[in-house]
Design a binder for this molecule. Structure first.
Ligand SMILES: Cc1cc2nc3c(=O)[nH]c(=O)nc-3n(C[C@H](O)[C@H](O)[C@H](O)COP(=O)(O)OP(=O)(O)OC[C@H]3O[C@@H](n4cnc5c(N)ncnc54)[C@H](O)[C@@H]3O)c2cc1C
Length: 327
């Protein structure tokens, strides 16, 4: 990566100041688009590591229209900030004063002209309107029955958006394994993207985390949890030239296997750049929020989920009916 930093050919990917070349009619995949505007193999590899891995799938599986929409929207705030007390403080703050029932999975949503009934193991909840923030992967799994069935365009949008595969591998070491000014590592091997959550903390212990989506995640998942963790450790050993490197503990999180997410986050597939609009559109008394319903510049993120909730709340309020929405 040292070389990449010094190499001008990668500047375009760091700034994303691309030539103004339109996407083909009807969309194309982002890899083909980048190749068409002149990207070389090494630029494509760099783009996959630096940008596309965080987009949730591999270059051929991402809509060029959606990716460019995101790049051009430049809507993702003013940079990254660490919440010193932990990210969960944000959720706790937003939840203050609300009646939130945890461990209450919804199995059925009956949406009728007169109101909505939501079935859970703890009973049936009734509401004038409901905001549905269920992850796309769960909507795709058919574990929730909608009565009547959702309209065809909503079902198509659910089907034609992908819940990208994603996994994190976390390694804890008893001492620092890199100089204190290094926070991240990009590797040519698997997994490609690493960073240290211990960075900036005054601690002898060091945690390094790897994150992989798309084909990289699929390849690692095929090795099984233990195999994937061993592969990650081997990559670290080679990158750092530390053949005896041994973690105190290691852990793998595979979001595809989590029953209440069933994937990492949503991906707009080539040919289907506009499904998020259909995912967000109200259906009768049902309103829709969650990262998959946010616009391209916001989708797949916490802030996207947040603004989609504000949008859905406004839709409920402007629908004119007094409500006790549940989600
Ligand atoms: C590894 C990884 C790294 C990420 N990194 C970042 C990052 O750095 N920055 C960023 O902004 N975003 C990041 N994201 C994305 C971010 O986490 C998501 O976009 C965001 O959490 C989506 O919020 P949501 O409310 O749409 O869905 P969720 O946070 O998934 O919330 C949906 C809720 O619905 C619940 N649910 C599921 N099924 C049912 C059911 N049947 N009944 C009732 N409830 C149910 C779930 O338990 C969950 O609580 C990352 C995601 C992953 C996987």
């Amino acid at each position: 990566m040292q070389d990449a930093r010094q190499d001008d050919q990668f500047d375009m990917i760091r700034t994303w100041l691309l030539p103004d070349v339109p996407v083909l009619d009807g969309d194309e995949d982002f890899g083909s688009y980048l190749r068409r505007i002149g990207f070389t193999d090494s630029q494509l590899r760099y783009a996959q590591r630096m940008f596309v891995n965080a987009e949730g799938d591999s270059l051929p599986n991402i809509s060029a229209t959606a990716a460019l929409g995101e790049i051009r929207q430049k809507a993702n705030g003013k940079g990254d900030f660490r919440v010193l007390d932990g990210y969960d403080t944000l959720a706790k703050h937003l939840a203050e004063g609300l009646d939130i029932r945890l461990t209450t999975p919804v199995s059925r949503v009956e949406w009728l002209p007169e109101g909505v009934r939501v079935t859970t193991p703890n009973g049936v909840l009734e509401a004038d309107q409901v905001v549905i923030t269920i992850p796309l992967g769960v909507l795709q799994s058919d574990t929730i029955t909608f009565t009547p069935e959702l309209p065809a365009d909503k079902q198509e949008a659910i089907r034609n958006t992908r819940m990208g595969p994603g996994l994190k591998m976390i390694y804890r070491f008893s001492q620092p394994i890199m100089p204190p000014d290094i926070m991240a590592l990009f590797s040519d091997s698997l997994p490609p993207m690493w960073w240290s959550p211990s960075f900036g903390h005054n601690t002898d212990q060091t945690v390094w985390t790897a994150f992989a989506t798309g084909d990289w995640a699929r390849e690692l998942m095929a090795l099984g949890d233990e195999g994937a963790l061993a592969k990650g450790l081997e990559t670290l050993r080679i990158e750092l030239d530390m053949p005896d490197l041994q973690p105190e503990a290691m852990h793998l999180m595979n979001w595809t296997e989590e029953p209440y997410t069933r994937g990492a986050y949503s991906v707009a597939l080539p040919g289907y750049p506009d499904t998020r609009d259909a995912l967000a559109r109200p259906v009768g008394r049902l309103y829709w929020a969650g990262e998959h319903t946010a616009t391209h510049g916001f989708s797949s993120t916490i802030h996207g989920a947040y603004v989609s909730g504000l949008r859905a709340a406004k839709e409920v309020l402007s629908s004119g009916s007094r409500s006790q929405a549940v989600s």
